[in-house]
Design a protein around this ligand. Structure first.
Ligand code: ATP
Length: 206
């Protein structure tokens, strides 16, 4: 039995930073966006579907042509939704297999899109990482060397942050007003307890 925890938040909120802290506490993390990049090159079924919908130019010598696809989907919300609908079921299945291999009391799936992708249905608890928009904007400009306009465009493709946080079971405030590490440690203790309780429950129901 594995207690499955989701970790989400908008671009620049600090999801990866929180995930790294959890890793130092011994908790394994599945990085869904990184995994998706690999899977798009390795899963032959997914490759076939992408080619079918987006053309042969999507791959060259078996390698996904990211720029080609990005140009198509980031100027067309319907095509973006279509691409996501092909990718998400495959990464969800992949992360389910990954969860089954973990031996810690709980494990974490980090992803920008958890509610939008349907991944939340397979998770027991979802952590939201929150930071105000202006702070997120500044962080991403600094980290990725993008312009404010480019970051804004990426933000516009994600659902409203306040709304997303309401759907989470716990919210970490990474707004540079409150210390981050103590919040993560406290949540970690809480999750260990919840994972222990749900293990007892699942044994009883067997
Ligand atoms: P994305 O969705 O774009 O991958 P993310 O939610 O994973 O973003 P991070 O990469 O963790 O966000 O953080 C964005 C940037 O802000 C990083 O460069 C990170 O080092 C920095 N950052 C995050 N939290 C803090 C903080 N509390 N204080 C200062 N810098 C921070």
């Amino acid at each position: 039995f594995m207690y499955r925890v989701g970790l989400t938040g908008g671009i620049g909120s600090g999801k990866t930073t929180v995930a790294r802290i959890l890793e130092t506490l011994g908790i394994p993390v599945y990085y869904a966006d990184d995994a998706a990049k690999t899977i798009m090159n390795t899963d032959t079924g997914l490759r076939q579907q992408i080619i079918q919908h987006f053309g042969d130019a999507s791959y060259t010598e078996g390698q996904l042509q990211r720029k080609y696809l990005a140009d198509i989907v980031f100027s067309n919300p319907e095509k973006l939704a279509l691409l996501n609908s092909l990718i998400h079921p495959v990464t969800i299945r992949h992360s389910e297999e990954w969860f089954l291999r973990q031996t810690t009391p709980y494990a974490v799936r980090e992803a920008a899109l958890i509610f939008e992708s349907g991944a939340s249905e397979n998770l027991d608890f979802i952590i939201g990482v929150y930071a105000p928009k202006q702070i997120r904007l500044q962080r991403v400009i600094k980290r990725d060397g993008l312009t404010a306009d480019e970051v804004q465009k990426r933000m516009n493709r994600q659902i409203n942050e306040e709304m997303k946080m309401k759907l989470c079971d716990a919210v970490i405030r990474n707004d540079e007003q409150q210390l981050l590490i103590p919040q993560v440690m406290e949540l970690h203790e809480q999750l260990l307890e919840l994972a222990g309780k749900s293990e007892v429950k699942s044994k009883k129901s067997c």
